[in-house]
Design a protein. Structure first.
Length: 347
């Protein structure tokens, strides 16, 4: 089955006019419906016979919201999206003063093996297509009135976006296309554990997204313990690739630093981090680990977190604490999907 949300307006027009006996304006009408996340039965300005023919060959909607949890603390919403093959991925919608940020998944599961992350526990199931990433945004947009409900996107859901490079780049093109939902890439962040060649490839494409490097430890030996990707690409190489990205795009780099109790939260860790980042235009986001039952790792205490921030301040590193949101709804990567799968298996 062909997923229509995978296509740009031009691709859709070519496909529809080549396969169905219709004029290009009909393809435009269909594209308008797809952006609204409508299914064929809702496309009421198309002849019924055409809709029936379309159903035989293609699919309109790629991600359906099958579960929603809303935080009582801050209104953050967590969604479970079901894809057409029955796989599920998660998304989180956070409300800020400036708009609504949706955290989108790029893969079902993940093969990066980070020790603290729930998404990787069952390994990689499969990559998401561009349309399946877009579909998450369209499904959430459809909850609001008008097409601008989601204003910002972070590729920080399950999966490693740079391990699904081509589909992610296509997604970036789809989501920012003026005929579609037209979200500026300046409002899109891509977070990576540090797949160096693909950071460089992305930089060469000069797509003005915000790049976030999940660093969590500036010492190679220690980082290898929690993030196996370090065995392939060192911290130095990852940071150098980020510098290259900044040179090519002019976009400041964000560093994600999750504090794990007793593992990466001492003064010497702050010192190492500061020296690693010297001379680069970066901002560090600090967050305490969101404990995942299966990992046995604990988040750093409130007191140590504040102290770590002070260390960085003294060392001249631009850093803020990232607000933890949705703590009561298993906000961290992959947790809800695991519960869902466990629940289904238990039935
Ligand atoms: N694979 C990409 C994007 C998905 S993870 C990456 O590594 O950046 C998104 C962010 O959530 C990463 O910074 C990741 O390290 C962090 N993360 C994963 N599990 C977490 C947890 N339990 N607590 C806090 N942060 C977590």
């Amino acid at each position: 089955m062909i997923l229509l949300q995978d296509m740009t307006q031009t691709e859709l027009t070519d496909y529809i006019t080549a396969n169905f006996d219709v004029k290009p304006y009909v393809a435009k009408q269909i594209f308008g419906w797809l952006v609204k996340n409508a299914d064929f039965d809702d496309m009421n300005n198309l002849p019924k016979s055409l809709r029936e023919q379309l159903k035989l060959q293609c699919v309109a909607v790629s991600a359906k919201i099958v579960r929603t949890l809303t935080s009582k603390l801050d209104g953050t919403q967590k969604f479970l999206f079901e894809l057409n093959d029955g796989n599920v991925v998660e998304g989180v919608l956070m409300n800020y003063k400036y708009g609504n940020t949706l955290c989108v998944s790029s893969q079902v599961g993940c093969r990066m093996g980070c020790k603290f992350c729930a998404s990787t526990l069952g390994g990689l199931v499969r990559n998401l297509s561009a349309g399946e990433m877009l579909g998450q945004v369209l499904a959430v947009n459809a909850l609001g009135s008008g097409k601008r409900y989601v204003t910002n996107i972070v590729l920080m859901g399950s999966g490693e976006p740079l391990d699904n490079f081509d589909n992610v780049v296509k997604f970036l093109r789809l989501v920012s296309s003026p005929e579609g939902i037209n979200i500026s890439l300046r409002n899109v962040s891509l977070s990576t554990c540090g797949i160096v060649p693909n950071i460089r490839k992305l930089a060469d494409m000069k797509l003005p997204v915000n790049l976030t490097l999940s660093l969590h430890n500036a010492d190679n030996e220690q980082r290898k313990e929690i993030m196996p990707i370090t065995k392939a690409y060192s911290v130095e190489d990852a940071v150098e690739a980020c510098r290259y990205f900044f040179e090519k795009t002019g976009r400041r780099i964000n560093i994600e630093y999750t504090l794990i109790d007793g593992q990466n939260d001492s003064y010497s860790h702050a010192l190492k981090l500061a020296s690693m980042l010297r001379g680069i235009s970066v901002h560090v986001n600090i967050i305490a680990l969101n404990p995942v039952m299966e990992t046995g790792l604990k988040g750093t205490s409130e007191r140590c977190l504040k102290q770590f921030l002070q260390y960085l301040e003294k060392l001249g590193v631009s850093a803020t604490r990232r607000r933890t949101m949705g703590q009561d709804i298993e906000g961290a990567c992959g947790q809800l999907r695991r519960r869902y799968l466990e629940g289904n298996n238990g039935n």
